[in-house]
Design a protein around this ligand. Structure first.
Ligand SMILES: Cc1cc2nc3c(=O)[nH]c(=O)nc-3n(C[C@H](O)[C@H](O)[C@H](O)COP(=O)(O)OP(=O)(O)OC[C@H]3O[C@@H](n4cnc5c(N)ncnc54)[C@H](O)[C@@H]3O)c2cc1C
Length: 461
C-alpha cells in the first residue's frame, strides 16, 4: 500500500509528465516528503478548515479507501485483497474492537467466510449449534427444532465478534488498516475524487470510497440518508464465562414473555451468549456502568428460568451492553441510492436492520463479496465502468436487504407482543402447532464461490 500510494503521489505530481530520470524522481520524492512533513506540522496547529484545492495539494492519494474496520470493512478489504486489489481501511478507534459479545452466523455467513478463506480457522473455536428450544417465561418447553431437519445444510455458530474481527484483519497486509483515523469531513473534488479529511488533519483522496462506518455512518449522512429509526425495543447482551466449562447443550434457547423475551446460546466450551429484548417507548439514557446494566437485566427477568440469571451473574464487565434497536427501510424512489459517483455503502452503514433474524453481520459479509467481485470485473474493463459496478452492486443487494430489513422488523414486533391474550395464543397455538422453521430460514440460502486473484490491475488510472 505504501508503495502504491507513493507511486500514485508521483503519478499525480505536476512534475511527473516531464520527469524521466532517476535523479529527478528522487528529487521530486524528497521535495514532496518535505512539503508533506511541513504541512503535517502546520495542520497540528490549524483547525480543520482547508479548502478542497488546498487539501488536494498535499493529500495522500489512494485508489480504494474503506472507512470502518468492523465486519463490513474488514470483509470488504479481505475480499478485495483475495481478488488482488489493495485498499486502505481507515478506523477511528485506536485498535480493533476487543470488547463486545457474539454474533450468530448462519450458513450464508459461513459461505462467505469460506470464500474469504477463514471459515476453517474459525469453525473449531465455536460450537456448532444443533437446534433451537422455545420456552415460556415459567420455563415450560413450547417447541424444539433441529436445524438440520428443518433446513438442509444449515450451519449455525455463535462467533465472538473480537475473534471474527482479528481473524479477518490478520489476513490483510500489515499496513492495510490505519487506526486512530476518524473521518471528519467528506467532499468531492473537480476530478471526481472523494476528499476525506481526518480528525488529525490528514487529507486523503480516494478514487473509490467504501463506507463501512456502521449505523451512524457519516458517509451515509453525507449521501443524504436519514438517521436509522428506533423501533421501540432495546436489548441487553452479554457473554457469560465459565472457566471450568459451561453446562449447556449446543442449542439456541428462547424464552418468550409479554413485551419481553430473552435467550442464550453456547458459544464455545467456556462461553455462553445471552440477550434480553424489552419494549421501551424511548431509547433511554446511555448506561455504561456494567453493575447497573447487570442489575437492570436481572431485575427484568426476575422469576424466569434460573439458568439465565446465572449466566448473567457470570458475565464479565466488558462484555455487557445495552443497545436501542434501530433499522432503516430503503424505500424505492424515496431513499437515496446506496452509491453515488465513486462512493458506496456496505453493511449497517447502508441497511441497519434489527437483530431478530440474526442477519445484519451475515448480510454485511454478503455485501462485501458481491461488491468486491463487481469492482474486480469493472477494473478488468476499465475505470470508466467503476460507477456502473457500484450501481449494479446496489441493485443486486437492495433486492436482498430491503425485504430482510422489513421481515426482521415484523418478526421483532410479533415477538414483543404485550397483550396477554395474544401472548397466550402465541404460546399455546402458534409456536407449538403452526410455526415451521424451514421457510423462516430460507433467507440463509446464499452461496458464495471462492474468491480468486485475477491479476494486477493497479493503480486505477
Ligand atoms: C443486539 C444486536 C444483536 C445482533 N446479533 C446479530 C447476529 O446474531 N447475527 C448477525 O449477523 N448480526 C447481528 N447483529 C448485527 C451486527 O452486529 C451488525 O450488522 C454488524 O456488526 C455490522 O457491521 P458493520 O461493519 O457494518 O458496522 P460496525 O460493526 O458498526 O463497524 C463500523 C466501524 O466503523 C467505524 N467508524 C464509524 N465512524 C467512523 C469514522 N467517521 N471514521 C472512521 N471509522 C469510523 C467504527 O468505529 C466501527 O469500527 C446484531 C446487532 C445487534 C444490535
Amino acid at each position: 500500500m505504501a508503495r502504491t500510494s507513493s507511486a500514485l503521489l508521483l503519478l499525480h505530481s505536476p512534475l511527473s509528465p516531464c520527469c524521466s530520470t532517476q535523479s529527478l524522481r528522487l528529487w521530486t520524492r524528497t521535495l514532496l516528503r518535505r512539503q508533506s512533513s511541513l504541512r503535517v506540522a502546520q495542520t497540528r496547529t490549524k483547525p480543520i478548515c482547508l479548502s478542497i484545492a488546498e487539501a488536494s495539494l498535499d493529500a495522500r492519494k489512494e485508489d480504494i479507501v474503506i472507512v470502518g474496520a468492523g465486519i463490513a470493512g474488514l470483509a470488504t478489504a479481505l475480499s478485495l485483497h483475495r481478488l488482488g486489489i489493495p485498499s486502505l481501511v481507515l478506523e477511528q478507534a485506536e485498535s480493533l474492537r476487543t470488547s463486545g459479545t457474539s454474533l450468530t452466523l448462519f450458513k450464508n455467513g459461513w459461505s462467505v467466510l469460506d470464500a474469504l478463506g477463514v471459515g476453517d480457522e474459525l469453525r473449531p473455536q465455536f460450537l456448532e449449534i444443533q437446534g433451537m428450544v422455545v420456552k415460556s417465561e415459567d420455563g415450560r418447553e413450547l417447541r424444539s427444532f433441529k436445524f438440520k431437519d428443518e433446513a438442509e445444510g444449515q450451519e449455525v455458530r455463535a462467533v465472538e465478534r473480537r475473534i471474527l474481527l482479528e481473524t479477518l484483519a490478520n489476513q490483510l497486509p500489515s499496513d492495510a488498516i490505519r487506526f486512530s483515523s476518524k473521518v471528519a469531513k467528506i467532499e468531492k473534488n473537480e476530478n471526481g475524487e472523494t476528499s476525506l479529511q481526518l480528525l488529525d488533519g490528514t487529507q486523503i483522496l480516494a478514487k473509490v470510497l467504501i463506507g463501512c462506518d456502521g449505523i451512524r455512518s457519516p458517509i451515509a449522512k453525507w449521501m443524504g440518508f436519514t438517521e436509522p429509526r428506533y423501533v421501540g425495543h432495546c436489548a441487553f447482551r452479554g457473554l457469560g464465562f465459565y472457566p471450568n466449562g459451561q453446562p449447556f447443550d449446543p442449542k439456541v434457547n428462547y424464552i418468550y414473555g409479554k413485551g419481553l423475551r430473552a435467550g442464550y446460546v453456547p458459544v464455545s466450551p467456556t462461553k455462553v451468549y445471552w440477550f434480553i429484548c424489552f419494549n421501551s417507548s424511548s431509547p433511554g439514557q446511555k448506561i455504561i456502568d456494567p453493575s447497573v446494566l447487570k442489575n437492570e437485566a436481572q431485575k427484568m427477568i426476575k422469576g424466569w428460568p434460573s439458568e439465565l440469571l446465572n449466566i448473567i451473574d457470570l458475565t464479565p464487565d466488558d462484555t455487557i451492553i445495552r443497545t436501542p434497536l434501530v433499522d432503516r427501510w430503503l424505500w424505492p424512489v424515496v431513499s437515496p441510492s446506496g452509491s453515488t459517483s465513486g462512493v458506496v455503502l456496505v453493511g449497517d452503514a447502508w441497511h441497519p436492520m434489527t437483530p431478530n433474524l440474526g442477519q445484519g453481520a451475515c448480510c454485511a459479509l454478503e455485501d462485501a463479496v458481491v461488491l468486491s467481485r463487481k469492482l474486480a470485473d469493472a477494473l478488468e474493463v476499465g475505470p470508466a465502468s467503476l460507477d456502473d459496478a457500484l450501481s449494479s452492486y446496489c441493485k443486486e443487494r437492495w433486492t436482498r436487504v430491503f425485504p430482510l430489513t422489513i421481515r426482521a422488523n415484523l418478526v421483532g414486533a410479533l415477538l414483543q407482543w404485550e397483550n396477554p391474550v395474544v401472548c397466550t395464543v402465541r404460546n399455546s397455538i402458534i409456536i407449538p402447532k403452526l410455526v415451521k422453521l424451514g421457510p423462516l430460514l430460507e433467507h440463509t440460502n446464499f452461496n458464495c464461490e471462492p474468491l480468486e486473484r485475477r491479476g494486477n490491475r493497479f493503480p486505477i488510472n
